[in-house]
Write a protein that binds this ligand. Structure first.
Ligand code: AHG
Ligand code: MN
Ligand code: MN
Length: 299
């Protein structure tokens, strides 16, 4: 197998992918008011799909597969990978997305996002094959966090009156604050394994609860204020809820690049070997000390 194209090609493909994602963000945001209902279909994870999920998936799928250098496209809303031309790992890249993360927040008008991972290996792959990752956060402001070999930056995405979309870097070097402030734990408390419940009780006495039901919004709070986000292994769902390829891996890549840590309870998320592109994994991510305490608690 020939070596993948030199890194500089990775940089240009990564930049083009996040240009495409940024370009699409205002259109997705503008379409949400009319797409707050269930589509009546289920996705590969067996979860009901909102009209907003499908629309975001369609727009992002078209935009990302059109990028020169993207060879394969995986989405939460599609059973299998879409061939976008070009041999992944031999100069082309695979992109995995969660087109609309936290879409259950559509009805309650709370934060949602889009998650993106750019891999230089065919999917399913481990997070070590990521060359970049990022997320769009549809909050009061539309922001995009992008992590690549150069570090982690935050951008504001705006659409000008002439319809053109701008990306403005507002934070060059996003790093996790040393002193943690917030936590957010998913799932229902009765479904938490005892060891996690004991850990959560400690954390509740130390940090402030910030859980909004969309991973992107909750992780953005951890990145901003320091702390820990978890969608834990549950008694009746030991694999947790979040998908490795397009939720846990990109978030782990971003938070680790910002100085934090991410685990499935035992192993660094980026080392988890998936069998399929929709594999679920427990996710605990944030300040290193809090993640280490979690791994000890679950030991
Ligand atoms: P998605 O909308 O892409 O399926 O993701 C929803 C996920 C994640 O965003 C969030 O952390 C979690 O589901 C919330 O789950 P609960 O509703 O069980 O809290
Ligand atoms: Mn999601
Ligand atoms: Mn989603």
């Amino acid at each position: 197998m020939t070596d993948p194209a030199p890194d500089r090609d990775a940089d240009s493909v990564v930049e083009a992918v996040f240009d495409a994602v940024a370009e699409t963000a205002p259109e997705i945001r503008a379409a949400l008011p009319g797409r707050r209902v269930e589509s009546g279909t289920e996705n590969a994870s067996g979860e009901s799909v909102m009209a907003g999920d499908l629309y975001a998936d369609e727009l992002l799928g078209d935009a990302i597969t059109a990028v020169d250098g993207v060879g394969s496209f995986v989405s939460e809303e599609r059973e299998t990978a879409v061939d976008a031309g070009g041999a992944v790992g031999e100069g082309a890249y695979a992109v995995a997305i969660d087109p609309l993360d936290g879409s259950s927040n559509l009805r309650s008008n709370n934060a949602m996002g889009t998650v993106v991972g750019v891999y230089d290996a065919p999917l399913p792959a481990t997070g070590r094959d990521l060359v970049a990752a990022g997320y769009v956060l549809y909050g009061p402001i539309t922001t995009m966090v992008v992590a690549d070999e150069g570090g982690v930056r935050e951008e504001v995405i705006e659409q000008d009156t002439d319809g053109s979309v701008s990306r403005s870097v507002v934070e060059e070097d996003l790093t996790l604050p040393d002193d943690p402030l917030v936590y957010g734990f998913g799932g229902r408390v009765p479904d938490w394994p005892d060891a996690f419940t004991a850990y959560a009780r400690e954390i509740e006495d130390e940090l402030k609860l910030r859980y909004g039901g969309a991973m992107v919004g909750d992780v953005n709070q951890v990145l901003t204020y320091g702390g820990i986000f978890a969608y834990p292994a549950l008694v009746d769902a030991p694999e947790g809820k979040l998908r490795l390829s397009f939720e846990a891996n990109p978030i782990a890549y971003i938070v680790e690049a910002a100085g934090g840590a991410a685990t499935d309870g035992e192993t660094d998320i980026l080392d988890v070997e998936p069998e399929g592109v929709h594999d679920r994994v427990p996710l605990y991510v944030g300040n290193e000390g809090l993640v280490e305490r979690l791994e000890t608690a679950l030991d």
